[in-house]
Each structure stands twice: as structure tokens, then as C-alpha cells.
Design a protein around this ligand. Sequence first.
Ligand SMILES: Cc1ncc(COP(=O)(O)O)c(C=O)c1O
Length: 383
Amino acid sequence: MIYLDNNATTAVDPLVREAMLPYLGEAYGNPSSMHRFGQESRQAVEQARHQVAGLLGCDVRELLFTSCGTESNNAAIHGVLAIRSPRMTIITSSVEHSSVREPLQALVKSGYRVIEIPVDLRGHLDMAALDTALGDPDLALVSIMWANNETGVVFDVAAIGGKCRAAGVPLHVDAVQAAGKLSMAVRDLPVDLLSVSGHKFHGPKGVGALYVRRSVRWQPWLRGGPQERDRRGGTENVAGIVGLGKAAELAREALADDRSWQRVAILRDRLESELIAKISDAHVNGDPNHRLVNTTNIGFAGLEAEAILLLLSERDVCASAGAACSSGSLAPSHVLRAMRLPERVAHGAIRFSLSRRTTDADIDGALAIVPGVIDRLRATLPV
Ligand SMILES: Cc1ncc(COP(=O)(O)O)c(C=O)c1O
């Protein structure tokens, strides 16, 4: 199998699995229990908190564990809005993941106003439109992603945060695709809340974290027991949290080693440039100079992404077509539509996303298969 769908999920690193195993076996104590057996689990959870804080560059007390990136985003949004009442206006971008889009759309039904800041053809946020929106006197929250899951385009979080600070409105950043791929020191950034998810950087699925700056007023979203210092009820997923911690430690080491991600960038660039050279009417979507180094989104003009993915899957190549297509819809994803790409390019857009584990052989294999698949489909098109 050639796995080039790492923005969807990544393989669990063997060292992560090894770190988790005791907590799926003999070390099953509840971290809230007073006895020593439970306290061993507590220590494991706290060690993981240090590891994640190390990756994000924040204080351990500013981090709480959640069940996924989606929960972190929901908790951030609802947790801030509960405090900011009666303010009813939220600013977001037109290219957010559904875990931000959907809660915001639901909030519109209960009376909130959501201002979507547009992006340009390269996927960049319209900063002038953000300035205008930030003049609204009724602002409760800004929620904007760091890196886009479909194109890899990276927003200038420092600049966005600076503007939010000046306007006196809290900023939540969905960093689910950025964490583990970009070096970050959240403590030095004008960011108030930030979401991450373990399975995007070789941790397990079903565990995430939310950073909440100490000075930020916020209410717990998932209420129950006193876990996570009263900020998130529910017995901790100890094995998952330990896995997230180990994955964060490994991701931090890889980010400190320039060669690790440089190698990924070289592989991605080779895949992209050779596909563009071999296949006519193929276009890179998103600003090539401000992207995650693991992602390329290529539009094969005149084709449907679903057909391409199906044939690639038959040849054991895993890639992705963007959010909307994966739910069985033929419409291009909201991200590509927001970028106002020509329809004939957006419909045939395929995302290839690499990881630290992607090999030269994977790229050779993809380059041997993808052009043939595109030729075959184009040969069947009506003239
Ligand atoms: C940008 C972004 N935010 C949030 C999520 C949701 O994360 P999770 O799958 O952990 O709920 C994803 C997952 O694809 C994502 O890409």
C-alpha cells in the first residue's frame, strides 16, 4: 500500500504503541483514585501533559486533554461564548474544518451572527476583510485555523492574533493540522485557545488536547467530575493520553532535527513537480510558498475526484478528495469553492499528504501509477 493520506490520519508510531500498552493492560488504575495504583496512572497523565506542553511551547497548567480535535474545537468555542454573553458575533474563515463550521452554523440558528472572512485564489485570508470585521462592537470570539487540512495553506497566526488582541477579542486557533508539523511556541503568540489531535502526528485516534491561556475567561464544555482541574469531566483515556504524550515528544524531536521534515519536503516537491510535468492540465491548488511541507493538492482538470480516487485505491494508492467528496457529494469541497478555483480544476482535486514515515519508494510508486490513472480516465471522457 502507498499511503499518501496523512492529513486524514497517520500510522501510530511503534514507540507510541509501546508506551500505551501497559495502560491497556496491567496499569488500569483510575487517575482520580487516592491509592498508589491509581496514582501511577495520574503520573502517566501528568508526564504526557509535560510532553504535549513541550511540543506546543506552553505551560502544563494551560493544557487539558479531550477526546479529539473536534471536541477541543467545540469546547473552545462554546466555553468562550458562555462567558462572553451578551456578545453575539463570531468571526471565522471560509475554509474551516467541519468541526468548527458545524458548531458555528448551529449557533447561527440560536441567534449568533457568524462573519466568514474570505480567502483568495491562493487560499490566503483576506486581512483587510478581517480588519473590517474586527471593528464590530458585538464580537464574542474569533476562531481561525492555523493550517488548512485540504491545501496545507498556513495562515499567519501571529498577525491574526495581533489584530484580535488590538480589538480585545479572544482568538481560538484550530491547530490540528499544524501541530507536530510546524514548530510553535504558543506562549509567545497572541493566541488564547488552541486545539490539537493525537492521530494527526502518529498518536492514537480518540485523544486531543486544548490549550487555554491562563488569562482567558472560559467555561468547561463537558461537565461532570472534577477531572482536568474541573475543566473537563470524564475519566481520562489514560492509554490515549500516554500515546498523545509520546507522539508529542517524538514530533518535537523530529521538528528539532531539520533533516526530518526537509526530507518530507523534498519527497512532496518531487511528487508534485513530476506529476505536473507528466500530466497535462494539472494545477497545484493553494500557495506553494506558504504550505505545510507534507501536503500537495493537485487539480486534474476535467475529471471527477471520486473516479480518480477509486482507480488509485484499486492500485493500492491512498489519497483524498477533500471533505465534501468523502461524504458522497459530487460538489467540490467548500475550501476549493471558497478559493474560487475554476470548476473544472476543483472537481478533479486530489490531496496527497505525506508523513515522516513516507519513503522514496512510496513516491516512486505513486509516480508510476497516478499518470496512468489520469490518462485512462481522460481517454474515456466524451469529446
Ligand atoms: C483542521 C482540522 N480540524 C479538526 C479536525 C478534527 O480532528 P479529530 O479527527 O481529532 O476530531 C481535523 C481532522 O481532520 C482537521 O483536519
